[in-house]
Ligand binder design. Structure first.
Ligand SMILES: [Zn+2]
Length: 371
């Protein structure tokens, strides 16, 4: 595992993360494969649209099919037939989003959303589960707070103290066992409070994590100041991953500008399944009646398989009739759009045209309100 920075301009940079399963050229958008599958897409389609890496979720895989089975299969990449680098998140966010979660000093007690059985998650259990899943990059088990936007300073500070204590336990568990070629990211928290974000970044900067996940930020534009604070403190030579955010193009620009190297988000495929499709002129909903006789591609300037071969009227027809092909074609387009946008952002840093691209792209995208 290795990370090398190629070009740096202020906080933004281009680089290469080397993993045993190949390289990730950054900035990059990591494709969500929550349950060891990218929704509606084969891994061949993911690779063709430019997806370099896939992120799976430890909580979901722990419940189904179980991490022992994935270990037996030879690890996550082997299990899902993907040749590239993989990430797992810790499961902390999904568990904290469940009803009736109890947080103890040791970890959390929760009920499975599948069969209601009571389960326990601790930093050590998360590390062991991630070791068995065998992705290239693991996340420390944390206590995300602020995802509901309601946590006050005292509550956020208390959660941060727990996150830090658990991070030390994750580090110990990770170093204490055989984790050949697997890297651990610490997850910086602190909610919406600059003082706590600074404390958390100071704490993590001093520890030997390979890289950092940035947690509980769901709107990069609003949180631009917080991203700046954290990335000014975190060691520049280590990679940073913004967890679970990237639904809006503006967030990708603001994230990269403020030091983010990789993103992941379920939004492109989730929105695709609802018929909400990205175009350079804003998002459209393909189910709208006005596309009934529209024989243009979703986006005339898009080079994805869907836009090269199909038109809006056909896509609308697939959604109207509930044909599964509609989900695949829409997902190909949306994932391509976001992955390629981050690729364009990467090239713009190399060519010193980042700010021109940011201005022209965002003006056009947000200028027209489409339905
Ligand atoms: Zn397209």
């Amino acid at each position: 595992m290795d990370f090398a920075i190629e070009k740096q301009n202020g906080l933004m940079r281009t680089g290469v993360i080397k993993t045993p399963h190949g390289v990730i050229e950054t900035p990059a958008f990591v494709v969500a494969g929550t349950r060891a599958a990218v929704k509606a897409l084969t891994v061949a389609e993911v690779a063709t649209l430019g997806g370099q890496a896939i992120l799976a979720n430890t909580y979901h895989l722990l419940l189904q099919p179980g991490v022992d089975l994935i270990e037996k299969a030879g690890g996550l990449a082997q299990f899902m037939g993907f040749l590239g680098p993989t990430f797992t998140d810790s499961g902390g966010f999904q568990i904290m989003s469940l009803p009736k979660v109890r947080v103890t000093g040791e970890g959390v007690i929760f009920r499975s959303h599948i069969d209601g059985r009571e389960l326990r998650m601790t930093p050590e259990i998360s590390m062991e589960a991630q070791r068995k899943i065998g992705a290239d990059i693991h996340m420390a088990f944390d206590l995300p707070v602020g995802y509901d936007g309601e946590a006050d300073f005292a509550k956020t500070k208390h959660a941060l103290t727990t996150t830090h204590a658990w991070a030390l336990r994750c580090l110990e568990a990770h170093q204490g066992k055989s984790f050949a070629g697997q890297a651990l990211y610490g997850v910086v928290q602190g909610g919406k409070f600059a003082e706590l974000r600074k404390q958390s970044a100071d704490f993590f900067a001093a520890l030997p994590f390979f890289g950092y996940g940035i947690g509980s930020i769901y709107n990069a534009k609003e949180a631009e100041g917080l991203l700046k604070i954290m990335h000014q403190i975190l060691p520049a030579e280590r990679p940073r991953h913004l967890l679970g955010m990237g639904a809006e193009p503006v967030d990708l620009f603001v994230g990269v500008e403020n030091g983010v190297d990789t993103f992941d988000c379920v939004a492109p495929t989730r929105q695709a399944r609802n018929g909400a499709l990205y175009t350079l002129d804003g998002r459209i909903n393909i189910k709208n009646a006005k596309y009934r006789e529209d024989f243009a591609p979703i986006d005339a300037e898009c080079n994805c398989y869907c836009c090269k071969n199909y038109n809006r009227a056909y896509l609308r027809h697939l959604f109207q009739t509930g044909e599964l092909l509609g989900l695949t074609l829409a997902s190909i387009h949306n994932e391509y759009f976001v992955v390629q946008l981050v690729q364009k952002i990467r090239e713009s840093i190399q060519n010193h045209t980042f700010f021109e691209l940011k201005t022209s792209f965002l003006q056009r995208y947000y200028d027209k309100i489409s339905s």
